[in-house]
Design a protein. Sequence first.
Length: 367
Amino acid sequence: MYDAIRSLFGSCSLLPEDMDRISFPISKSGFGIGLAQHTAQPAYVGSVFHSAQLQSKLLSSVTSEEALVNHYAPLLSNVNASLPVDKQISTPVLLASSEPQHLLSSAMVASRVSAFVASCGTPRELRVVEAGLKCSNGNWLEAPYGFDSMDSLSWRCAARFRLGKPIFSQSVPCPSCRREPLDIYGIHATYCNGDGDCIHRHNAVRDLLIQMCRSAKLPVSDHEPGFLLSDTVSGDKPADVFIRNWKLGRGLCLDVCIANSLENCNENPSDVLGPLKRKVALKNEKYETRCTERGFMFKPFVCGSLGGFSDDAVKVMKDIGKSSSAVLGVTKGVAVDHIRKRVAFAIQKAQATAWIRRGHMADVLLP
Ligand SMILES: [Zn+2]
């Protein structure tokens, strides 16, 4: 198993704690690659307690449920011994649970995640883990099959970025912008303006939103000139996505933006949504008043380079999902879930282009 995981991640060195993290569920910042050594014990203990009543009925002539539970109590004690006091599970709670295996395994995962977070040595590492816990940044790993794909090298780069592992063998001057160092973790490459990679990523998200609006039969336009920008730097520009008759007869102007999730991580490592909130405030300040004056609604569609969406982006995806669920014949939850995962996938795929291009130009891309 370890060899298979190492080959998936290529030549970057994975430490024992990295291997442990990979086994966390995707929602807990891992890759959901369960290891038997972590799942066997809660599965077994949960199942014996779950079936205690049935066993006592089958064996009623020789034992009682209480005697069986007492017999199995040391097994539960063993599990609890590996958990912090506040996460330990008592016998009555386990017996009352309809999903005792899930209860035990969740407590064990939560305890391992807490220990991992506490062990993060740098603000950057902590920010990366927080992105996994607070931003569902593994969404792209679960993108629905059959819509889009990325090659194995792109996957490896995106997977390393999610883990906070090096993508490049050494830090060199960025070969694209020639202004900043290309850090080994690929952070600069996610906001570097050289070679148009940020525009490519922005356009990938914009085009995907337009495509999904069209699938949902929403009245969408990709160019509605003159609505948004009025600042002296950029001049006038069209909305990235314009949906006519969005709410109360008013059209909606969307401005797509990808924030650097690792911005300011030295100042406040756990504030992983801070960069997204700052972009939202900036966009609203620039464009909202002008849009409102013209009778349109404005929403910034802000995503994080390490995952996560602004509140407005989440609302927009929910509304698109609501429309597409009716058209596609799936539940609203499934439709919204697909949209979130496909947007997250488009971002990572585009970032992979930026990492690979710079890595090849400077000859520092880890294989
Ligand atoms: Zn650069």
